[in-house]
Design a protein around this ligand. Structure first.
Ligand SMILES: NC(=O)c1ccc[n+]([C@@H]2O[C@H](COP(=O)([O-])OP(=O)(O)OC[C@H]3O[C@@H](n4cnc5c(N)ncnc54)[C@H](O)[C@@H]3O)[C@@H](O)[C@H]2O)c1
Length: 411
């Protein structure tokens, strides 16, 4: 049993946090929101111990986020007996080391995507979690958008008929400035792949969650800005723009694409599709979206209009074509946030949904969370796309036992 349950039936769970950056802050806020968003859950997370190698971030965790203790070594969090569960929000390079250490310490963990730099890193974390028997959740937050859950349900119900094809993209211009600094994200040994692992992994997870496993891929990678100004160590952030600086090589992809086939044994049996991601695109800002087509209808969604689901059912009649449906209580976890329809939710709420699923899994409830096996299935797709981009051949994606994306439980 994780945590301590009092006489009123409230279970208190001690939270540890490793790395107090953007994601570390959002995980912390998500835990704090749980008793308000879902009092029926009767779980009260307590922020116990946070660590970041940057001492000012550890101080921020204690003084602003509300952790009882702050450290500069993540091992102190894992060794803390009051920490029951851990959020791992470190850069990709550290996921393998810290994920394995958390498993070996017997702490269930919620780790940010893509879980390491490549499938080998993800597989190592998965093996450690399986050996230790600890619950895991992965930061693939877009799955939890209520409109996405509704699209998934429509497809599972057969309301779109037989699924024929999908177009899914993540167009994000965070590196569209050619003089943007050559940060760790552009280095193979630090980040792994570029847009492929960072952005297309979200697309791969989303379509596998909504439609089922991908079995075959043909990939294509392209680097648009081949050189960038070298970032002097410790002098600026990833978002720094450096004019007339010395240039260094970009080592990974700015754009990634794949043709994919879905498993015959999935809600999208026989369907095919195209997946694309770019980190240098000009125009879209956080354009993660999909269009899914079936013989009786279609559905489309884009995170930039997160609260809108576009649905077309039927080929003829006065209402043919797309209708826009705003968020409402029939969609996923919407009702936990808002009592009435049409009230917009945001990115941070997706992290609260993730926290809730993680806490339910940790305390032995119904499994709706993403798992390390699913992260490995996503990583296998990404690796197969990278291999295909090199040799120009179609590649089979290795199956991962237990990576069901919830399609086994009918949810
Ligand atoms: N789910 C999403 O939508 C999403 C969005 C952004 C980032 N991410 C993922 O979250 C992770 C973190 O990204 P971020 O944007 O929060 O990064 P960030 O740069 O904001 O924060 C990273 C933090 O890690 C700390 N750190 C570095 N080395 C450390 C070590 N050895 N021990 C402890 N802390 C250390 C840094 O000091 C920094 O505070 C990445 O894996 C990234 O891919 C996911």
């Amino acid at each position: 049993m994780v945590g301590r349950t009092d006489s009123a039936g409230i279970t208190e769970i001690g939270v540890g946090l490793i790395s107090v950056g953007w994601m570390g802050k959002l995980h912390s806020r998500a835990y704090q929101a749980i008793p308000l968003v879902d009092p029926e859950l009767k779980i009260r997370p307590r922020l116990i111990h946070a660590a970041d190698t940057a001492a000012d971030r550890a101080d921020y965790a204690r003084d602003v986020l509300g952790y009882a203790k702050g450290s500069t070594d993540y091992r102190a969090v894992l060794a803390d007996p009051d920490v029951d569960i851990v959020s791992i929000c470190a850069p990709n390079l550290l996921h393998k080391e810290i994920g394995i250490a958390a498993a070996q310490a017997g702490k269930p963990f919620w780790i940010e995507k893509p879980v390491g730099r490549d499938a080998a890193d993800t597989a190592a974390v998965a093996a450690a979690a399986q050996t230790a028997g600890v619950a895991t959740s992965i930061g693939y937050n877009y799955r939890g958008a209520p409109a996405v859950e509704r699209a998934r349900q429509l497809i599972a119900n057969g309301d779109l008929g037989r699924i024929t094809n999908v177009r899914a993209v993540f167009f994000n211009g965070y590196a569209s400035e050619p003089n943007g600094a050559l940060s760790w994200r552009f280095k193979k040994d630090l980040a792994g792949s570029g847009a492929l692992g960072d952005l297309l992994s979200h697309v791969v997870d989303l379509v596998q969650y909504v439609l089922g496993p991908i079995t075959d891929v043909s990939g294509l990678l392209s680097t648009i800005h081949k050189q960038r100004p070298i970032l002097p160590m410790g002098q600026a952030t990833h978002f720094a723009v450096i004019e007339n600086g010395e240039l260094g090589e970009v080592e990974n992809d700015d754009y990634a694409a794949a043709l994919v086939r879905f498993s015959a044994d999935s809600p999208a049996a026989g369907a095919v599709g195209t997946l694309e991601a770019s980190r240098v695109i000009v125009g879209p800002q956080c354009g993660l979206g999909f269009e899914i087509y079936g013989t009786e209808g279609s559905v489309r969604w884009n995170f930039e209009q997160m609260n809108e689901l576009h649905l077309a059912i039927g080929r003829t009649g006065p209402n043919q074509g797309y209708t826009t449906i705003l968020g409402n209580s029939a969609q996923g976890d919407y009702a936990a946030f808002q009592p009435g329809p049409g009230n917009s939710m945001g990115y941070d709420d997706l992290k609260v949904i993730e926290a809730r699923k993680f806490l339910v899994a940790v305390t032995g409830g119904e499994r709706r969370n993403s798992t390390i096996e699913e992260a490995l299935a996503d990583a296998n797709v990404i690796t197969a796309i990278a291999s295909s981009a090199v040799d120009g051949q179609w590649h089979k994606v290795p199956e991962v036992p237990g990576a069901t994306f919830g399609h086994d439980s009918g949810v």
